[in-house]
Ligand binder design. Structure first.
Ligand code: 5GP
Length: 204
């Protein structure tokens, strides 16, 4: 049986740039993580593709998935559901491949409760004004939605203490470097390396 893969969770406040950093990380080509595509009831934004950016589903379909125990985690976020389908994550980890989640903080805490050996990375903004500018600059949300997101972000930053690592997103390329550093170190953890040696050293 293959050694189970590593689960890494990138989370942090809304608008901090999780999506941008995640995309940049995968574009380096230096990561062999499998990205878990989330499911959401939010409508696609311009340019977003079903099955690539998200699985876009109806509220009924999402709630059916919850009832059937098919979500690893889910959260209601600004009036929409977002969640991680369990099957893909489990199957991929079982194949020995590492899996990457990019999710908001409530969902991340559910993963922490269910998968204690996952690695939790908190992406943090240099400051809150910067965060507001980014949300406005993105130009995809109305002002009342932005204000709602900022209020939520303040509460979310307090949640940093529940994570293993904090990565400041001052510059995307630097944030990517920091995450790669974390991944490299995590792969060297004795608890992850030891199973490779267990057969050799026996049970004593
Ligand atoms: P957006 O609507 O901007 O794409 O995403 C809104 C928030 O939902 C972001 O913070 C994003 O990281 C988060 N999100 C995306 N997918 C998931 C998921 O599967 N589960 C949870 N809990 N949050 C998600």
């Amino acid at each position: 049986m293959a050694k189970r893969g590593m689960l890494i969770v990138l989370s942090g406040p809304s608008g901090v740039g999780k999506g941008t950093v995640r995309k940049a990380l995968f574009e380096t080509g230096a990561t062999d993580f499998s990205y878990s595509i989330s499911m959401t009831t939010r409508k696609p934004r311009e340019g977003e593709v079903n099955g690539v950016d998200y699985y876009f589903v109806s509220k009924e379909e999402f709630e059916e998935n919850i009832r059937n125990g098919e979500m690893l985690e889910y959260a209601k976020y600004v009036d929409n559901y977002y969640g991680t389908p369990l099957k893909y994550v489990n199957e991929t980890l079982d194949e020995g491949k590492d899996v990457f989640l990019e999710i908001e903080v409530n969902g991340a805490m559910q993963v922490r409760a269910n998968c204690p050996d996952a690695v939790f990375v908190f992406l943090t903004p240099p400051d809150l004004m910067e965060l507001k500018h980014r949300l406005i600059g993105r130009g995809t949300d109305a002002m009342d939605v932005i204000n709602k997101r900022i209020k939520k972000a303040v509460g979310e930053i307090r949640m940093m203490r529940n994570y293993d690592y904090a990565v400041v997103n001052d510059e995307v390329s630097q944030a990517v470097d920091r995450i790669q550093m974390i991944i490299r170190s995590e792969r060297l953890r004795v608890t992850r390396v030891m199973p490779d040696y267990e057969q050799m050293i026996g049970d004593e």
